[in-house]
Design a protein around this ligand. Structure first.
Ligand code: TYD
Length: 203
């Protein structure tokens, strides 16, 4: 059985973690090994980069350097966790992947979509998810669901509005399979829709 690589994407508060847990249960019920990872993070290096990016506000990070740190965390995760898991035939569910870089650093940030696409493409090549599930949610609802966690990226409403629009408009890297799912419904309904999309890829 070959592995399956799915990334879950969307604005902060869209419900990715909840969906990840639903999908994990669904695959485990089918008897498959599921590996759940989050970005940035998921490895010792990745967690150190995560702390640097999200928590160490006294460390000034230029936007281009920031994008490369997200990518460094991603490459470490790919090489040490994701690709070995896919080789074993596991299902890998990643809470964010390169669409987040394209949207947050590229479209909503200062680098521009084209630059982010070029760099992600050069770094990742074909080491990419088989499917990107984008949870689409109006900004007001995402804000309500988001709660109070504070990090360096406590972003302006304008930035987050660009993030929501960016996830709607981007086609990612050439060849990416992106499916947008309305995330306004109950978690079980969102999970059902997501499960149908995953089945289409597996079939
Ligand atoms: P996290 O606490 O994981 O947010 P969430 O629970 O919403 O996924 O923090 C990750 C933050 O980093 C989130 O605001 C999105 C941002 N991010 C980027 O800006 N670029 C990236 O490439 C990735 C993976 C995340």
């Amino acid at each position: 059985m070959s592995g399956l690589f799915v990334s879950l994407e969307g604005v902060d508060g869209a419900g990715k973690s909840t969906l990840a847990h639903h999908l994990r249960r669904r695959f485990e019920e089918q008897g498959r090994e599921v590996v759940l990872v989050r970005e940035p993070g998921g490895t010792a290096l990745g967690e150190a980069i995560r702390t640097l990016l999200l928590r160490r506000e006294e460390v000034v990070i230029d936007p281009e350097a920031q994008m490369l740190l997200f990518l460094a965390s991603r490459v470490q995760l790919l090489e040490t966790v994701i690709l070995p898991a896919l080789d074993r035939g596991a299902v890998v569910l990643s809470d964010r992947f390169h669409l987040s870089t394209i949207v947050y650093q590229g479209i909503a940030g200062s680098l521009g979509e084209e630059r982010a696409v070029r760099v992600c493409s050069a770094v990742l090549g074909e080491r990419r998810p088989d499917l990107h599930l984008v949870l689409d949610l109006p900004l007001e609802l995402a804000r309500e669901r988001r709660g109070k966690e504070v990090d360096r990226f406590e972003r302006s409403e304008e930035f987050l509005a660009r993030v929501v629009e960016g996830f709607r408009s981007t086609s990612g890297l050439p060849g990416d399979r992106i499916v947008r799912i309305p995330a306004t419904g109950a978690p079980e309904e969102v999970a059902r829709l997501a499960g149908e999309e995953v089945d289409r890829v597996v079939a």
